[in-house]
Structures are given as structure tokens and as C-alpha cells.
Design a binder for this molecule. Structure first.
Ligand code: ZN
Length: 298
């Protein structure tokens, strides 16, 4: 997107977002934090959302500017660290709370998994970016002497979930798959493929990392990742066992699992996680979504 159209969209988006600021009292958003994770690598956390920031003498790579106001804040914080321009924006997935605001970084190349575009083509609000480069399974980007890898490991939170990995610095940005000691809120699970999330989390838990960034919390402790691997494995095992039992009782008919949609979400407990945030409100939806993924594929 170029020139006037880009400016118009930016102004339009800023206006729309300003209205939502009033509605949601966004004036009370905490100031952003910027944490150095390794030499030239930072975690920006602002507007309740994470960005990885990778800096070299020549250029900067960021993830997920999210929206124009947040992008402006991110730009200001980066300017305190370097004079290098943002040249690459890697989007961790297609969801609109992550992909807006790219126009704030003029001339940056926007990279997203190829599945982003099919969703962006359905956009209703006019706040999706122009994608400049796509990839299928893997893409490696160099920022000075740093290597940034983009991994597509299948459907997760949406269909374009991209795990950003810096093997030398031992840092992973895990898109929007989990929160520390909390179940993802029930309102945000409809587009999560639960067996896909389990697969991705299990895969990246085998990578040696010192920091694991997640989308909507400020911490980067890999323990949070490992605990969520356990949670998704436990949820999977419990739901799968219930499906297998129902099918066995029905003499092997997989149609027996239909009935579980009316009962299992209301009855299943995972006591081990009962002190996690949003356990009571969101576990039934997690059970339902895992049941659907096991039984139906998504
Ligand atoms: Zn998100």
C-alpha cells in the first residue's frame, strides 16, 4: 500500500481506535515496558501485547505492531535504542489484534504466512496490512549478524500461526497460544485448533530457550510454556480417553462421541489446573474445543 491510501487508512484506523479508547477507557493502559533479552534483542510489551524487537546497525525487525497507536509507541521506544529503521515486520498470525499499524513503519517489508492473505481478503474494517512476502513452512531472515527463523508448524491460533525463533540467542516468540497459569479466555478459543496448539507447544518445548515470549503477558519465563504444554497434553489425554470410552461402549461406532458434546464440557474437571486464571469460566469451552479437534479435526 502506498502514498495517500496508506495515510488515509492510518488516519481512519487511528480514528476508529480513538473511539474505542473512549469506550474501553484505554487512557489507563499501563506504559509500555522494554526488556533486553540478549544483545540487540528486546521484548516490547505495551497495549497488553508483545513484540519481539531485533536490532542491528543497519536495520530492525519487529513482530506484531497490532494497531496504529501501539505501533507509534513501539516506534518511539525503538528510537530510544537505535537510529536504524524498522525494515521487516513479521506477523505471528492473522488475527486483527496483531496485524494493524504496519503503516507507521514506512517502507518496512511485511512478512506473514501465506494463509494470512486468505483471511485478510475477507477483512470488513479496512485495517489489515498489505503483505509483501509470504512463506509456506520456513523462512530465515538475517538482521545484521542475527538469525531470525519463522516456523509454520500447522494450525494453532488461527491458520497462520508463526513461531519466531532465534536459536543463537535462545529466544522464541510463541504467537498467541497460551498465557501464564491461565486458560485462554472462552471468548478467544473459537479460532484455536486445540490439537494444533498442543502439537505446536510440544514441538517448541523441545527447543532450548532462555526466553519464551507469549502474545499477551509481559513475562518470558520458559516455565510458563512448559506448564502449558502439560496443560494441553492433560486436556488432550482426558478428552481422548472419554471419546474412546464412549466409542467402545457403543460397540465401536464413532458416532457415539456426538453425545459427549452435550455432557463432557459440563462434567470434566482438571483439578491440577483449578487455581489457574479463568479455569471455572473457560474450562468447559476448552473441553468442547478439544473434543471437536479430536473428533472432527478443528
Ligand atoms: Zn492476540
Amino acid at each position: 500500500m502506498k502514498g495517500k491510501m496508506k495515510v488515509a487508512l492510518l488516519v481512519c484506523c487511528a480514528a476508529v481506535f480513538s473511539m474505542s479508547l473512549v469506550a474501553y477507557n484505554y487512557q489507563q493502559i499501563p506504559p509500555p515496558t522494554v526488556t533486553m533479552l540478549a544483545d540487540g534483542v528486546y521484548h516490547y510489551f505495551g497495549f497488553f501485547t508483545s513484540s519481539l524487537v531485533v536490532i542491528s546497525d543497519e536495520e530492525v525487525l519487529i513482530t506484531d505492531p497490532s494497531n496504529p497507536l501501539r505501533a507509534q509507541s513501539l516506534k518511539e521506544e525503538i528510537a530510544k535504542l537505535t537510529d536504524s529503521p524498522v525494515t521487516t515486520i513479521a506477523l505471528t498470525h492473522e488475527h486483527y489484534d496483531h496485524v494493524g499499524g504496519t503503516g507507521v513503519f514506512e517502507n518496512a517489508t511485511v512478512v506473514c504466512h501465506r494463509n494470512c492473505q486468505t483471511v485478510f481478503d475477507l477483512d470488513s474494517l479496512g485495517d489489515v496490512p498489505q503483505v509483501d512476502e509470504t512463506f509456506d513452512e520456513f523462512k530465515e531472515i538475517r538482521v545484521g549478524d542475527k538469525v531470525v527463523q519463522l516456523h509454520y508448524l500447522g494450525p494453532g491460533d488461527g491458520d497462520a500461526t508463526t513461531i519466531v525463533y532465534m536459536p543463537t540467542e535462545r529466544i522464541v516468540a510463541t504467537a498467541d497460544l497460551y498465557e501464564p497459569r491461565a486458560l485462554t479466555h472462552k471468548n478467544w478459543v473459537d479460532d484455536k485448533n486445540f490439537t494444533g496448539v498442543r502439537h505446536i507447544l510440544n514441538t517448541i518445548s523441545n527447543w532450548d530457550v532462555d526466553h519464551a515470549i507469549n502474545a499477551h503477558s509481559p513475562g518470558t519465563d520458559p516455565v510458563d510454556l512448559q506448564e502449558n504444554v502439560e496443560y494441553y497434553n492433560d486436556l488432550y489425554d482426558a478428552v481422548k480417553a472419554a471419546v474412546e470410552e464412549a466409542v467402545a461402549q457403543a460397540g465401536g461406532s464413532s458416532f457415539a462421541a456426538y453425545g459427549l458434546f452435550d455432557t463432557l464440557p459440563q462434567t470434566m474437571e482438571l483439578e491440577k489446573y483449578s487455581d489457574w486464571g479463568q479455569y471455572d469460566s473457560s474450562l468447559p469451552r476448552h473441553v468442547e474445543r478439544m473434543l471437536l479437534a479430536i473428533y472432527h479435526g478443528d
